[in-house]
Design a protein around this ligand. Structure first.
Ligand code: CA
Length: 228
């Protein structure tokens, strides 16, 4: 590797911050730390990071606010590392643009794997400017979907799912291919993760979730995008 990936660790717990710093440095990453939301945002203005590890419980502001503000200044994937394991917190963080969520206490091996996945994801992939489907536009670079003129923000994984389906041009993308494309080969993700992700995407792009117009499930096979 010509230049090591840099990671910003945003964590106010001294011990955990030290532990993360030492493990990630040993793993070959360039590590920068911040103890508050403001410090984190200042760092993101000054440097481009490969990944940002973000604690939600910070002394000066909620981590979710950091995510929302960071999106205007940084394209780095944000990996939330938080003890707040509630599904609602998780969805809120992902909705705001976090790319992934790891609950504390976490396994170091798992965290390293998620960091590798986050680093592998291209920051901006251009997809043909034509509509993904009639009435649906997806802008992968800024992670937004426009449905009948109304724009919604997508999380990184939601964008990736739509991107996979757009690239398939209406063909069915298998659950396995989706898992591999989004979580990576050998990742600890299964059919349920795909279902939850598809549900999240539908919640955002389908005018009627009960009768999906764009994101079509093919039982036992996978998903496809309805192009007409
Ligand atoms: Ca904290």
């Amino acid at each position: 590797m010509s230049s090591a990936a840099s990671i910003l660790i945003v964590e106010d717990e001294e011990q955990l911050q030290r532990m993360l710093r030492s493990t990630l440095t040993q793993a070959g990453y360039l590590v920068v730390t911040a103890r508050s939301g403001l410090e984190a945002l200042e760092q993101m203005v000054r440097n481009e990071f490969g990944v940002v590890l973000l604690d939600l419980g910070l002394p000066d502001m909620d981590g979710k606010e950091v995510i929302a503000r960071a999106r205007t200044i940084s394209r780095a994937p944000m990996l939330v590392v938080s003890a707040r394991g509630s599904e609602r917190e998780k969805i809120a963080a992902l909705d705001l643009g976090a790319s992934d969520y790891v609950a504390k206490p976490f396994d170091m091996g798992e965290l390293l794997a998620r960091i590798r996945v986050a680093l592998r994801i291209p920051q901006a992939v251009s997809v043909a400017a034509k509509p993904a489907a009639k009435g649906l536009h997806v802008d992968v670079a800024v992670r937004r979907a426009t449905v009948d003129g109304a724009s919604v923000r997508l999380s990184r994984k939601e964008t990736e799912l739509l991107q996979l389906l757009i690239e398939a041009d209406g063909a069915v993308v298998s659950h396995e291919a989706i898992i591999e494309g989004i979580w990576g080969r050998g990742a600890d993700a299964d059919y349920m993760n795909v279902r939850v992700l598809a549900w999240q995407v539908r919640r955002k792009i389908e005018p009627d979730g009960a009768a999906p117009r764009f994101l079509i499930a093919e039982a036992g096979l996978g998903y496809r995008l309805s192009l007409d």
